[in-house]
Design a protein around this ligand. Structure first.
Ligand code: ATP
Length: 220
């Protein structure tokens, strides 16, 4: 069965850590494509000052030449907060015959039980949790009863069913975060090598200014 990865984030900005993760997941999990989904109105954090449309444009620039990495604007087309369950419902309708694999960081997985209608996520797709090697990863206590029954032993199991299983995979991960990039920009320091050159070259003074305001609540 074909499998489609779903990788969401604020992507403010999209960086080489995101890019590598999408590529590593595609190759390690045998995904035919990875849909990159910028959040329009994140449910769990303040929205970025950079418009969702602009963050989507950056994605397009970043993955133009990479097989199977596809920016997806589904959360931009919906009103209200961006909930992952709604995104999976929409993708399930668009890709009725494929397995869906939600890519989720270990930090997010630890709070899975707080996500809107979280048990439905496993009815709609699989979850692949990416973690740094060696870090123990137990399902959150509040979700353990369901998750312990649904753990897959290897990536092949995700390709045999359209939904229902989760696993941990440990790709090499670059030590880059959007927060650090915004911090460097605030100090007028270079971010070359941290974000794709295509994004860097397209970044306007207005983009830089919006990005540097994203953490105002934290830094002031
Ligand atoms: P911020 O620093 O603003 O929180 P971020 O760099 O963590 O941003 P997000 O857009 O919040 O990026 O994250 C989207 C997804 O990308 C999350 O699932 C996150 O775990 C993952 N991610 C972030 N940085 C990396 C990285 N260096 N390597 C792999 N995955 C990453």
């Amino acid at each position: 069965m074909k499998a489609i990865g779903v990788f969401g984030g604020a992507f403010a900005p999209f960086h080489n850590g995101h890019l590598r993760l999408a590529i590593e997941a595609r190759d390690a999990l045998g995904l035919e494509q990875v849909r990159l989904v910028p959040t329009a109105q994140p449910a769990h954090r303040p929205d970025s000052r950079v418009s969702p449309a602009r963050r989507l444009e950056w994605l397009r620039l970043a993955v133009r030449r990479e097989r199977g990495l596809i920016p997806d604007d589904c959360e931009l087309r919906r009103d209200g907060p961006s909930y992952t369950v709604d995104t999976l419902i929409e993708l399930r309708e668009r890709f009725p015959r494929s397995a869906l694999v939600l890519l989720m960081g270990a930090d997010a997985f630890r709070h899975l039980h707080t996500w809107r209608r979280w048990p439905e996520l496993l009815d709609l797709g699989h979850i692949a949790v990416f973690a740094r090697p060696g870090g123990a990863l137990d399902p959150p206590r509040q979700a353990r009863a369901l998750l312990e029954k649904r753990r897959a032993s290897d990536a092949r199991a995700l390709l045999d069913a359209k939904a229902g299983y989760w696993l941990v995979f440990e790709p090499p991960m670059l030590d880059i975060s959007s927060t650090r990039i915004r911090s460097l920009l605030r100090q007028n320091r270079s971010v070359r090598g941290l974000i794709p050159d295509a994004i860097l070259n397209a970044m306007t003074p207005a983009d830089r200014s919006a990005l540097t305001q994203d953490d105002d609540a934290i830094t002031h």
